[in-house]
Design a protein around this ligand. Structure first.
Ligand code: NAG
Ligand code: NAG
Ligand code: NAG
Ligand code: NAG
Length: 192
């Protein structure tokens, strides 16, 4: 995936420009950045999940040596992987015609369309971010949140219907919210 090269360049960049004495311990500095960033985001919004932010950003090794720009990209990359994985999952669910009633099957088909669009939209968002069109990057990410929400709400329209995608929709929304918050921090105050 070509975006990883950008991550690497951000990491290298970071090694060069960390402006304070902590640079001798990069891993500690970076855990700090993740921790602080997630905490700042959680402080700004009651619906923001601090633990999800912390654990998801820490699973990507490269994010242990990064700056705020790098963290935003990590969150978007995770969202992209998430959405792509969910496309595969839905595809698999759709091959199993016996386990869903026609309503749920139609919902899954809608979700498939929404998720295929979401994958492209996240790629657009990364592109906008890299060219520093932060407003557009945020707009695309908001659209992805809307897609996952719409997917989930489809199932809720019929009483008793259980969405098989609740966790996946929720995960994608959280990852986008993490990216949105980091981009917001980048364009406003950097947490100190
Ligand atoms: C960096 O910090 C971590 C946690 O504080 C510590 O466990 C580790 O030994 C440190 N590494 C170096 C090279 O100082
Ligand atoms: C994050 O920071 C808080 C407060 O500064 C601290 O109590 C907590 O242990 C830190 N967590 C991690 C995973 O570094
Ligand atoms: C989505 O991302 C979250 C957090 O990184 C992870 O726990 C989850 O397994 C991912 N889900 C999929 C379907 O990739
Ligand atoms: C289809 O769904 C049923 C019920 O959930 C399950 O038992 C079965 O293993 C599934 N078949 C395939 C091919 O996934």
């Amino acid at each position: 995936m070509r975006h990883f090269s950008y991550f690497l360049s951000f990491c290298l960049f970071n090694f060069l420009v960390i402006p304070h004495g902590k640079s001798s311990n990069t891993s500690a500095v970076c855990v700090d950045i993740i921790n602080q960033t997630c905490k700042t985001c959680a402080d700004e919004s009651a619906s923001f999940n601090y633990n999800f932010c912390l654990t998801s950003l820490q699973t990507v090794p490269v994010s242990h040596a990064t700056n705020l720009q790098g963290l935003a990209l990590v969150a978007m990359e995770l969202a992209l992987q998430n959405a792509s994985n969910t496309v595969s999952s839905i595809k698999e669910l759709l091959t199993n015609t016996t386990s869903f009633d026609p309503f749920a099957f139609a919902c899954l088909e809608d979700c498939m369309e929404l998720y295929l669009g979401a994958v492209l939209t996240i790629v657009d968002s990364v592109g906008a971010f890299l060219s520093e069109h932060y407003i557009n990057a945020k707009l695309w990410l908001s659209l992805v949140v809307e897609s996952a929400t719409t997917c989930e709400e489809g199932f809720a329209e019929k009483k008793g219907e259980v969405s098989p995608l609740t966790k996946k929709n929720h995960d994608l929304i959280q990852l986008c919210n993490t990216a949105l918050c980091i981009i917001h921090l980048l364009t406003h105050a950097i947490p100190s």
